[in-house]
Design a protein around this ligand. Structure first.
Ligand SMILES: [Zn+2]
Length: 329
């Protein structure tokens, strides 16, 4: 996936700060401890001095036998000082590594690379920042299942659906909770259909939040923002070329909110088909929310799009009255 150089820089900066921060804190802790226990500092000086002497002896090319004696002597000195420092820590009821820097990533000690290879922690953070960046244009905040209020939905049976909005929402809520709890790359695609204000956005945000907590790369945005960003990227030439598109294709979960509200053009139709198709082919789950019913979807887009949605997505049909007025009232 292509990332911009700025994003690489920002990632390295965050990781460098993690390291500096861990080392600064360790330094402070050690200074405080040494105030209480000056012998700890003395032992540390012995260690540094023994290393210096080893280095000197080696560069002075003393004869082999003599060198071996010095090395052995310094090694013993060094080990004794280390032992004594461990003893001091124990006597103060501290763990042996209590004064070591606490790195976020133990593999690379927050350098971001191991030898010449980028560490996993670097790639993970880079990815996370890219998703954050891509989601920034979305005005939505993540919501939770706990906040979802079933009591806003009417218990009057709707003859068209054979159940009440409340019953339908109980089923949908249960399904979404399970979907989120079990979310992985094998999860189904969901198509949430229904008028504005019935909770589609709330539930898809709750799923997205859960997937993020599980460590998945999630991209959530409105159809309008997604298409305009793709269009901008498509028709401009910058270093960030293709970054947003890659995130759309490669995110573990993509949520397209409010499909159908955007101004549709040939470009948006082609882009939508491409997104739906590519993600089906690469087995990456997608959730689409729309106010349009299946017939509207076919009219607005094309048959090939609506048939993929019908065939490859699990449709959740929301109905009832706009609950936002009840919330505000
Ligand atoms: Zn690392």
């Amino acid at each position: 996936m292509p990332y911009s150089p700025e994003l690489f820089e920002r990632t390295q900066e965050i990781i460098d700060n993690r390291r500096l921060d861990a080392e600064r804190k360790a330094e402070e802790k050690r200074a405080a401890f040494e105030k209480e226990e000056p012998q700890y500092a003395k032992n540390r000086l012995i260690m540094i001095d023994s290393m210096r002497q080893v280095f000197q002896a080696m560069s002075a090319r003393t004869d082999t036998e003599e060198l071996a004696v010095i090395l052995q002597e310094m090694k013993m000195k060094n080990l004794a000082a280390q032992d004594d420092n461990r003893r001091l820590l124990r006597e103060h009821g501290m763990a042996e590594d209590a004064l070591d820097p606490k790195y976020t990533c133990k593999k690379c000690s927050d350098y971001g690379y191991i030898e010449t290879k980028r560490c996993e922690c670097f790639m993970e953070l880079l990815r996370q920042l890219a998703f954050e960046e891509a989601g920034k244009k979305s005005p939505l905040r993540f919501s939770s299942f706990e906040e979802f209020r079933l009591d806003y939905y009417s218990e009057t049976v709707n003859p068209d659906f054979g159940c009440s909005p409340r019953q339908r929402m109980e089923d949908i809520l249960e399904l979404c909770r399970e979907y989120a709890a079990n979310f992985d790359l094998h999860s189904q695609n969901l198509l949430m259909i229904g008028e504005t204000g019935l909770g589609k956005t709330h539930l898809s945000l709750a799923i997205a939040g859960e997937a993020i907590r599980k460590g998945y790369g999630v991209l959530y945005n409105s159809a309008q923002n997604i298409f305009s960003e793709l269009e901008r990227e498509h028709f401009s030439r910058s270093a960030k070329d293709g970054e947003f598109e890659s995130l759309i294709f490669e995110s573990d979960l993509l949520v397209i909110d409010d499909l159908g509200a955007e101004f549709s053009t040939q470009f948006t139709n082609a882009a939508l088909y491409n997104i739906i198709n590519t993600r089906i082919n690469t087995a990456r789950p997608t959730i689409i929310n729309t106010n349009l019913n299946l017939q509207d979807l076919e009219d607005k887009y094309t048959r090939r799009i609506s048939s993929r949605l019908i065939g490859e997505y699990l449709s959740l049909v929301f109905f009832g009255e706009d609950i936002r007025q009840k919330k505000n009232g």
